[in-house]
Ligand binder design. Structure first.
Ligand code: CA
Length: 221
């Protein structure tokens, strides 16, 4: 998933970016509130990890700006201000969850998984569709009960499609999930990864909708 990280502390930001990438996300990192708003206006993120104490514009003001624009993406707030009042202010400004510094990277990733799950309307922690299961906690993927090995980009693409089976995603939307700023994008990489996924998971799992994009078949309820 494509994540926006907003953190002005260089050491912490560096560690968070590495940890989020390690968890399979494409991560853009901005270091102040104005840069965060520019990024949010330009890109389609799955979630935001937002520090509150930021230069140029406070994290709470970024959050209020985002919600005033009716953007519903999940926001996980990071705060050094561990008072009940600050936590209430953050949640009331539109945060979905918060962590108080210092926190454990494993907990941050677990909370993000929970937020992404709820945002995708998926109550179960393990995603299933078309005989495929995908576990965001372990990155394990299986097809008809058989474990399947995927590359990091193949996994990220499959995760995006399985997040909301039945919902078509365009090539541009899938590229948003796969690549952060500075990543090199080939001319037809999404098609290539889809081809690999069909070879590994069966030809029917991911359908092409001409002129629209790709869709994961939805299991009958
Ligand atoms: Ca800060």
């Amino acid at each position: 998933m494509r994540i926006l990280l907003v953190e002005d502390d260089a050491l912490l930001g560096d560690a968070l970016q590495a940890g989020l990438k390690q968890a399979g996300h494409a991560v853009d990192w901005t270091r102040d509130g104005i840069a965060a708003e520019v990024a949010l206006a330009a890109e389609d993120y799955a979630a935001v990890v937002l520090d509150l104490g930021l230069p140029r514009k406070d994290g709470l003001d970024v959050l209020r700006w985002l919600r005033a624009k009716k953007r519903a993406l999940p926001v996980l707030v990071l705060t050094a201000r561990d008072t009940v009042d600050d936590r209430i202010k953050g949640l009331d400004a539109g945060a979905d969850d918060y962590l108080v510094k210092p926190f454990d990277l494993g907990e941050l990733n677990a909370r993000l998984r929970a937020l992404l799950r709820r945002a995708g309307g998926q109550p179960a922690p393990v995603l299933t569709a078309s005989g495929i299961t995908l576990d965001p906690a372990t990155h394990a993927v299986s097809h008809e009960g058989r474990a399947v090995e995927l590359s990091a980009k193949e996994y990220a693409l499959l995760h995006a499609l399985m997040q909301q089976p039945g919902r078509a995603l365009s090539r541009a939307q899938l590229e948003q999930h796969l690549y952060a700023w500075g990543d090199e994008i080939g001319s037809n990489t999404v098609e290539v990864y889809i081809h690999h996924l069909r070879r590994k998971l069966g030809a029917d799992a991911i359908r092409t909708l001409r002129g629209i994009g790709y869709v994961m078949a939805k299991d009958a309820a």
